[in-house]
Design a binder for this molecule. Structure first.
Ligand SMILES: CC(C)(COP(=O)(O)OP(=O)(O)OC[C@H]1O[C@@H](n2cnc3c(N)ncnc32)[C@H](O)[C@@H]1OP(=O)(O)O)[C@@H](O)C(=O)NCCC(=O)NCCS
Length: 189
């Protein structure tokens, strides 16, 4: 019987050509606030905008607990040689029974359109299949999120569903697109 390896202590840092993916810490609070308070970045995230550093600190503490319990995994993305967090890539909604996890990502506007998230998700997906042992990685996007869709399709995710108005947010019912990638479809595996 296969099971997932959800022990993230010590934290599984990853290196790619340009990037260092590391654990988030309280020192990243201002960067997290900067991204999560920007309406342009949060347009398709469907979460309230952050207003205070205390909210960022609270989220960082939650993320650390989630990582420690193996209920999720979030990497802070930095450029090699810099300590500044420029984005995050993460797994959440981990399904231990069916060996699945949902991927999520956020990249500061100043660093978009440079292939940075592409590089980060290759690292995260490879780690997800090879080290965590996922059989399937899912993504759930807002139908207007063209950049996110492009990223998923470029990495071999297939569109599997369009759920009509299944997410109630800010007095609106929003559609969701569901994407999936199976371990044998990942060429780097
Ligand atoms: C989704 C998101 C991470 C995509 O960021 P991104 O920078 O477009 O993603 P990538 O790293 O894949 O970059 C690809 C783009 O960089 C360009 N690029 C430039 N240099 C490149 C390089 N060296 N290598 C690869 N691509 C490069 C590509 O041509 C591509 O441009 P295109 O989209 O116009 O075709 C970003 O838009 C984001 O954080 N949005 C806000 C949060 C969000 O919505 N998250 C997803 C929730 S589901």
């Amino acid at each position: 019987m296969r099971s997932l390896n959800l022990n993230f202590t010590p934290f599984p840092e990853l290196k790619t050509n340009r990037l260092h993916l590391r654990a988030i810490s309280v020192d990243d609070a201002e960067w997290l606030l900067d991204m999560r308070s920007d309406p342009a970045m949060m347009q398709y995230i469907d979460r309230p905008l952050m207003r205070e550093k205390s909210e960022a600190l609270e989220l960082i503490s939650k993320i650390e607990t989630t990582n420690q319990k193996g209920d999720g995994l979030l990497w802070a993305i930095t450029e090699i040689g810099s300590s500044r967090m420029i984005g995050t890539v993460s797994y959440h909604n981990i399904d231990r029974t069916n060996l699945m996890g949902e991927i999520g990502y956020l990249l500061h506007t100043d660093f978009q359109k440079k292939g940075i998230m592409q590089e980060a998700v290759i690292g995260a997906i490879s780690y997800g299949f090879s080290n965590i042992g996922f059989h399937r990685i899912e993504a759930n996007i807002n139908t207007g999120n063209d950049s996110s869709r492009k990223l998923l399709l470029r990495n071999g995710f297939k569109k599997e569903a369009l759920f009509r108005e299944n997410f109630y947010y800010n007095d609106k019912f929003l559609d969701s697109e569901i994407y999936g990638l199976l371990e044998h479809e990942w060429p780097k595996n």
